[in-house]
Design a protein around this ligand. Sequence first.
Ligand code: C5P
Ligand code: MG
Length: 207
Amino acid sequence: MWDRCIRRFSDYIIKMLPEVVFVLGAPGAGKGTQCSLISKEFGFVHLSAGDLLREERQRPGSEYGEMIEEKIRNGEIVPVEVTCSLIHNAIQKSGKTRFLIDGFPRNKNNLEGWERVMADKTKLLFVLFFECSRDICTERCLNRGAAGSGRSDDNLESLKKRFNTYLNDTMPIINHYDEQGLVRRVNAEVSPEEVFNDVKKIFKGLD
Ligand code: C5P
Ligand code: MG
């Protein structure tokens, strides 16, 4: 009797937890573009780890501003304590229940930090992985830079470093989730509309 009660109560608590989709892929794979489309059509809140870090970098009086800028320019990953607390605050502030966490977890430190403080406060639905070749991604980022993205890392030198970080540090995280059957792959080499057609099939299957 008690067992059943406790089980029901824990099922209820799990249902109430904020639901999270991690969105990963190489720089320029189209994570941000697709996340805006998903958030419009399926009502998820789009939280980009990169955008949150860029915002924190600009915040007057931030003690992390310089460190963040240096890491971003060098394509390195900011320590998880900073990133995770920005994500945590954004989740709490939104008052919403479903989130796309774009560009996170990017390395082992990100993953361990999340598991330490957030994993039991959220429910991970799956990891959306945008697959795109290095050449196409590089071209997109360079075009984005040329079109005035204003990003200090949309240049060839930073891109080389961002790709190394992606291959060495992010791919193992994707493989880690793949082993748990949590990765949903999408071909991101086609147009945004075509990519979104595949993405929609994944989100429509949710409920
Ligand atoms: O995802 P996005 O391309 O906007 O990330 C830009 C940069 O922000 C990354 O190259 C990295 O320096 C930083 N970042 C990070 N940790 C994350 C996501 C982004 O340090 N989880
Ligand atoms: Mg982005």
